[in-house]
Unconditional design. Structure first.
Length: 518
């Protein structure tokens, strides 16, 4: 009898899940039709036709092709992860979008970056995901990289599409595998993932169909042993974090830590306004997903100022947070935003924040001592060979052995030099310029930052009606800052141009004789 009741309950749950899925698909279809009705732009292309064309182009690839290339083009919201393979110092980048002149382009390019020789490689294959941005990728120590979700839009962004597909990338062969499962997370973007033991945790995100934006608060687990999704269901009385996207999710000894994010709340006259979240939560993982619990962490000591678009990655039981932006005034007439390039450290065990500052690079004394001892060894061997040659000219075999020993030492020295031949980049005691939505990851003890829009780029593309005077002032301030940072490079370039006859005499303008321009 108990077995029958259990089967009936399972069947009822399955029917409810299937009904929910159909309702979601129906709602998405209605919203898409409404977006098309409201119009936006009749000249915009059909999103389904674009995706179909991408799929046809992808099918033309017959095998995995690897080509050395320059760095990836400018893009927003790609994903960047470190290779999970032992000893493989490599970064893996996928997807992203770029908007210029009111037109958006999405990418499905897979790039790898070799840290050892500063080389980018583009990898194309037949079975690759369609173009997308704002998806989530997570590397697992087992050697796989999981990707879920993301978004795509028509060129003029009048219609949107959110992916709900799951992909696994083999970090060694760079082969994609699509995981088909009926019951999994709903389509979304802006969600976050992190690894814990044999699970990959997914949390949050949003769905934007042009006319309605829905923020999500659900949590899912992907089991890397079974390749199946399981939803974490909390008791109805259990307190859970607010729905959010663009937050941080980093691993913890007990599970994971959720920090910050962004959502929209109701405002006057049926409108919505943005809300920046600054709370943190501890996800207490258990072997049984039903026993997983969430615990809100109390703020203590110094905490970062509110910001969104900041990137936090895990490094040795802490999180490293970089950049971000905070809007003081979200009205259409004014543009008041603070962009950050600060770096902060979050200790996951103690729940405390610390500022991270740059220190001057120390000279490598060990390498100098190593080279000195190597030269001394060579000198001793040469002296011994010369001494023996003078004492007994007949001992050819002994001399040959010494020469062979010397040759081996030289060969070893050459090998060590080749191994130590790494591209050294200029070290500057200054932070990168302010930005938000940059992608970051850590390899060993080095933080890598890729992309992220600057203030001026973002303000022009997102706020076309902003006052030109304000934008010009901000642009000149930025130019002045960048010139001062690179003044030595600018002076060298000016000297080179002067030698080529490209720069004449510099004439200083007399400010007292200037007249007002119309």
């Amino acid at each position: 009898m108990a077995k029958k009741d259990k089967k009936a309950k399972d069947a009822k749950k399955a029917r409810a899940a299937e009904k929910q899925k159909k309702n979601t698909a129906k709602s998405d279809s209605k919203q898409k039709k409404l977006a098309k009705k409201l119009g936006e732009d009749e000249d915009d292309q059909d999103i389904d036709a674009i995706l179909e064309q991408y799929a046809k182009e992808q099918a033309e690839f017959t095998a995995i092709n690897v080509a050395v290339t320059s760095r990836p083009s400018k893009r927003l919201n790609p994903t960047l992860v470190a290779s999970p393979l032992q000893g493989k110092r490599e970064l893996i980048l996928f997807g992203g979008e770029f908007t210029s002149g009111g037109h958006s382009k999405f990418y499905n390019e897979l790039y790898t970056y070799s840290i050892e020789n500063n080389t980018w490689r583009q990898i194309s294959s037949k079975n690759a995901p369609l173009p997308r941005s704002s998806h989530a990728m997570c590397a697992h120590p087992s050697g796989i990289i999981l990707m879920f979700g993301g978004e795509f839009s028509s060129p003029k962004q009048s219609t949107f599409y959110h992916y709900g597909d799951t992909w696994v990338l083999d970090a060694d062969t760079k082969e994609w595998e699509k995981i088909d499962q009926k019951r999994g997370p709903s389509p979304r973007s802006g969600h976050r993932m992190c690894a814990w033991k044999n699970y990959i945790i997914l949390h949050g995100g949003f769905r934007d169909l042009g006319t309605l934006t829905t923020y999500l608060l659900d949590m899912w687990l992907f089991d890397i042993t079974t390749y199946k999704w399981t939803q974490v269901e909390f008791p109805s009385t259990h307190t859970v974090p607010d729905a959010r996207s663009g937050h941080s999710l980093i691993p913890h000894a007990e599970g994971a830590v959720i920090y910050g994010g962004y959502c929209k709340v109701k405002a006057k006259k049926g409108l919505q306004k943005g809300k920046v979240l600054t709370d943190s939560w501890l996800v207490k993982m258990k072997a049984d997903p039903k026993a997983i619990r969430l615990e809100r962490r109390r703020k203590q000591g110094f905490t970062p100022s509110p910001r969104v678009g900041c990137s936090m990655v895990a490094h040795k039981n802490r999180g490293i947070l970089f950049g971000g932006v905070y809007d003081f005034d979200e009205s259409e007439d004014n543009l008041e935003s603070q962009f950050y390039n600060s770096m902060l450290s979050y200790q996951t065990e103690t729940n405390r924040w610390y500022n991270v500052t740059l220190k001057p690079r120390k000279k490598k004394k060990q390498e100098q001592q190593k080279e000195k001892s190597r030269d001394e060894d060579l000198e001793d061997i040469l002296n011994s060979i010369l001494a023996k040659a003078k004492l007994n000219d007949d001992e050819d075999d002994s001399d040959l052995q010494e020469i062979s020993q010397l040759e081996k030492l030289r060969q070893q020295e050459e090998r060590e030099e080749l191994e130590s031949e790494k591209i050294e980049f200029p070290v500057m005691n200054q932070m990168p310029h302010p930005r938000f939505n940059a992608t970051t990851c850590v390899v060993d003890d080095t933080l890598y930052i890729f992309g992220g829009p600057q203030f001026l780029e973002w303000s022009i593309s997102s706020n076309r009606d902003a006052r030109g005077k304000y934008l010009k002032k901000a642009a000149f301030d930025l130019c002045e800052d960048r010139f001062w940072e690179r003044r030595e490079q600018v002076r060298i370039a000016e000297d080179q141009l002067e030698e080529m006859g490209g720069v004449g005499e510099v004439i200083e303008k007399d400010a007292s004789n200037t007249s007002k321009r119309r």
